[in-house]
Design a protein around this ligand. Structure first.
Ligand code: PMT
Length: 219
């Protein structure tokens, strides 16, 4: 069913992991498969939105009608998102973006030695924070991946980053990342809802419906 608040709206979504190079053949990454973000892209397209999906490396096929932009690193994702965010009506950050990158990736493959190796890491730009800070920017939805105190940590991210809404999920070896089902605690300034446990496809539809209702409520 098309959701009035999303019909013909420009929706920008991030998905998947990022890869932060160590040398030409090695990288730092995480367990994100892209499933959650791709499911949200599909639900938003079904609701009548014009969807652009900026994704880190993922095996998944982009849903029909969705514009796909492939990136590897957090800096590339930051650049592609910020180039489009001011024109978007809604931004949803489902990607698992690396908080740090290797300060000086090696030009050549690092050789094996008998001694300990140290990697210097420097902070990556925060894509979600930068989109939320745009004046006249899109309605901004973040995710929070937590291993403890899920709701408290998510509410702190909602306030600190200046978001309109946040969807928090528990993550661990069999939770959140690269599994078919999920549970989301969705929080906004004066309300909250629980979605799931259910398949990510169903949770994505419910999240899009909830966001549509918040867009209607906030004008
Ligand atoms: O891809 P799947 O296998 O389906 O797994 C789904 C998921 C667990 C990855 C997804 O549901 C999820 O929780 N995504 C957010 C993961 C994450 O990085 O959460 P965080 O709490 O570390 O980050 C908070 C928010 O800031 C997120 O919206 C993140 O996209 C954003 N962020 C973080 C760092 C950064 N440099 N830029 C960002 O935009």
């Amino acid at each position: 069913p098309s959701i009035a608040a999303l019909s013909d709206k420009r929706v920008l979504i991030t998905a998947g992991p990022t890869r932060e190079p160590i040398d030409p053949v090695r990288f730092l990454a995480n367990r994100s498969s892209g499933r959650m973000g791709f499911a949200i892209a599909e639900a938003a397209a079904r609701a009548g939105a014009q969807v652009t999906l900026v994704t880190g490396p993922s095996q998944l096929t982009a849903p029909r009608g969705v514009t796909r932009v492939d990136v590897e690193t957090a800096e590339q994702m930051h650049r592609e998102v910020l180039a489009r965010a001011a024109q978007a009506d809604l931004f949803i950050a489902a990607a698992a973006v690396a908080d740090y990158r290797v300060a000086a990736p090696a030009d050549q493959k690092v050789k094996k030695t008998e001694t300990a190796q140290h990697l210097e890491l420097v902070p990556n730009p925060d894509i979600l924070r930068d989109v939320a800070a745009l004046s006249d920017g899109p309605f901004t939805v973040g995710f929070a991946a937590e291993t403890q105190a899920i709701v408290d940590n998510a509410r702190r991210k909602l306030t600190d980053k200046g978001l309109d809404l946040i969807a928090a999920n528990a993550v661990g070896e069999q939770q959140g990342f690269d599994v078919s089902d999920n549970t989301l605690q969705v929080l906004w300034s004066d309300g909250q809802a629980t979605l799931g446990p259910a398949p990510k496809t169903q949770i994505a539809s419910e999240l899009i419906e909830l966001i549509g209702a918040r867009l209607d409520a906030t004008g």
